[in-house]
Design a protein around this ligand. Structure first.
Ligand SMILES: [Zn+2]
Length: 199
């Protein structure tokens, strides 16, 4: 195989469990091995058809980028489904300022204004001085103005309200793949916001 095929083998493939829940990403190379071993099947994203190695090999090359070797010409698999494994791993999105911005879409959760990095603050809904903790459920993005206005006053007293209740974001395997490397076909298998890199 030439260098082009070699790098194609390192491309990411989305892994679904037996119930079609996205649980992981792997390399094309590993996806091929899983299918050859019978532990997984290829999914044709446009039709949701399931293929084993032989029926996948028979697919028309024009339907996707090819992996070309001396004796092998194969469409690159972007999604596979496991044949036995049906669990969902317990993974969570790390609690950080950056991820808080992703969850809240860089938007002040009080006035709705788009906040740039310089003016962005993290507001504790229940102020820390009143026992509020550092958590997904108690922290939101706020603009400086709203944060100052709210201060250490309990929310009910300020008359301010949240755009939406802050929650812990759901983890998705495609979050571990850089935005430009996510396959557009994954959109059909993961939440749209996850495919776009939001939380
Ligand atoms: Zn604001």
């Amino acid at each position: 195989m030439g260098p082009a095929s070699g790098s194609a083998l390192q491309e990411p493939t989305l892994v679904l469990n037996k119930s079609w829940v996205p649980i992981n990403t792997t390399t094309v190379r590993h996806a091929l091995l899983l299918v050859i071993k019978g532990a997984a099947r290829f999914i044709q994203p446009e039709t949701f058809e399931i293929h084993d190695f032989d029926s996948w090999s028979a697919l028309n090359q024009d339907q996707g980028a090819g992996l070309r070797g001396v004796r092998l010409s194969l469409r690159i698999p972007e999604v596979i489904v496991l044949t036995q494994y049906n669990r969902v791993p317990e993974k969570s999105v790390p609690f950080s300022r950056r991820n808080l911005c992703r969850r809240d879409g860089n938007r002040c959760q009080y006035c709705g204004a788009q906040v740039n990095a310089r003016d962005m603050t993290v507001d504790h809904v229940v102020p820390r001085s009143r026992g509020g903790n550092n958590s997904w459920e108690n922290c939101v993005v706020a603009c400086r103005r709203c944060n100052t206005r709210k201060g250490n006053t309990p929310l009910e007293v300020t008359g301010m309200s949240l755009l939406r209740a802050p929650r812990r974001p759901e983890w998705s395997p495609c979050l571990s793949i850089k935005r430009g490397q996510r396959k557009s076909s994954w959109k059909r298998f993961v939440a749209e916001r996850h495919w776009r890199g939001g939380l």
